[in-house]
Design a protein around this ligand. Structure first.
Ligand SMILES: Cc1cc2nc3c(=O)[nH]c(=O)nc-3n(C[C@H](O)[C@H](O)[C@H](O)COP(=O)(O)OP(=O)(O)OC[C@H]3O[C@@H](n4cnc5c(N)ncnc54)[C@H](O)[C@@H]3O)c2cc1C
Length: 311
């Protein structure tokens, strides 16, 4: 099977997105398949991510970030090289996957965790209903255009040595007169939470902005990054870039201590890839305990204080 991985080399989380694609390839057992890498890049790429697969051709193309232009380029590349499976990452990737499938009479699915691909169908698994349900969907018409789920994995490694890339020169691109103006949103920074080995994730049980300031000190003593559930950031007890979960960061640290969080699926989505989850909650029935490797029933402030004193 021919697989094309489409990435944007000019964005801040280029290697993070490549890591997400790698995770998808591993889970889908597609690492033995031959891959092409299609890169949008302003100039000849100097370094590339290591991809989980037999990386054959690397093609790069310089094209504006406007979706209309990129879609036209991708349509031409799809017709020229005919991959059956096209993999995208990120929000823009989701848009490109959906619109390309529509234009090439294929099928699309976004935020896919893994896929089983055979000659005539592609079955995908993805979280739905705010992570309350895992759905398996079947797509019949190729090309299958998928955007992969965010999964908190580490960035892809950088491929050592010189890389040999071929420039793809699209034929004349159609104009998009209906686009009157466009601006690029400022580049998103990679969240510091994605790099952290230890994370203290606090929920509404934290209680107040003063308590959160103290919990930040405890996190520093524990050598952990502070992260938070949605009510904590919505109460403005800490910065928005600390948000974990469906609408925030998805992390995969060595250890995540989740304290004062009930364990709602939208929050769990952010921490479920952690290697070890320690839950602290005063309610023994809290759903978080079903997701944790270690559970401590008790007051989060007392437990964390005691932990910081012994470590
Ligand atoms: C579309 C959508 C997207 C969402 N995205 C996100 C998201 O990205 N991230 C997110 O977090 N949420 C998200 N939510 C909200 C989510 O559904 C939950 O409402 C939220 O995660 C609950 O946060 P919490 O666990 O901190 O608060 P609560 O559910 O109020 O839980 C607080 C917990 O703290 C415990 N507690 C209280 N005091 C103490 C104490 N002193 N010691 C120990 N335990 C104590 C309580 O027993 C309770 O279990 C989303 C919701 C929707 C609908």
């Amino acid at each position: 099977m021919n697989i094309a991985v489409i990435l944007d080399a000019d964005i801040a989380d280029f290697y993070v997105q490549a890591g997400q694609i790698n995770r998808f390839l591993q889970l889908s057992e597609l690492s033995a398949e031959s891959l092409e890498l299609w890169l949008f890049s302003r100039e000849t790429p100097q370094s590339l991510p290591r991809l989980e697969g037999k990386l054959g051709q690397i093609r790069w193309v310089a094209a504006s970030r406007l979706a209309e232009v990129r879609l036209a380029v991708l349509e031409q590349m799809q017709q020229a090289f005919a991959p059956q499976l096209l993999l995208f990452a990120g929000d823009e990737g989701g848009e490109l996957a959906t619109r390309l499938a529509c234009r090439s009479a294929g099928a699309a699915c976004c935020a896919v965790e893994q896929a089983q691909v055979s000659a005539d169908q592609c079955r995908v698994t993805k979280a739905t209903y705010s992570n309350h349900l895992s759905a398996e969907l079947m797509m019949a018409r190729a090309p299958w255009c998928l955007s992969v789920a965010r999964n908190g994995v580490a960035s892809a490694e950088i491929l050592p040595g010189p890389v040999f890339v071929e420039r793809f020169q699209p034929a004349e691109l159609p104009e998009a007169p209906w686009v009157l103006a466009s601006t690029s949103a400022p580049a998103q920074q990679v969240s510091p939470l994605n790099q952290a080995r230890y994370v203290l994730a606090i929920g509404e049980g934290a209680g107040s902005i003063q308590n959160v300031a103290h919990l930040q000190q405890l996190a520093t003593r524990l050598g952990a990054e502070l992260a938070a559930s949605r009510p904590v950031v919505m109460n403005a007890w800490c910065e928005m870039d600390r948000l974990l979960g469906m609408s925030g960061a998805i992390i995969a640290p060595e250890v995540c201590i989740a304290a004062g969080a009930s364990g709602a699926p939208a929050f769990i989505m952010g921490i479920r890839h952690s290697k070890l989850i320690v839950a602290v909650n005063q309610d023994p029935q809290a759903a978080i305990f079903a997701q944790a490797d270690v559970g401590i029933v008790g007051d989060m402030h007392e437990v964390l204080e005691a932990l910081a004193n012994v470590l």
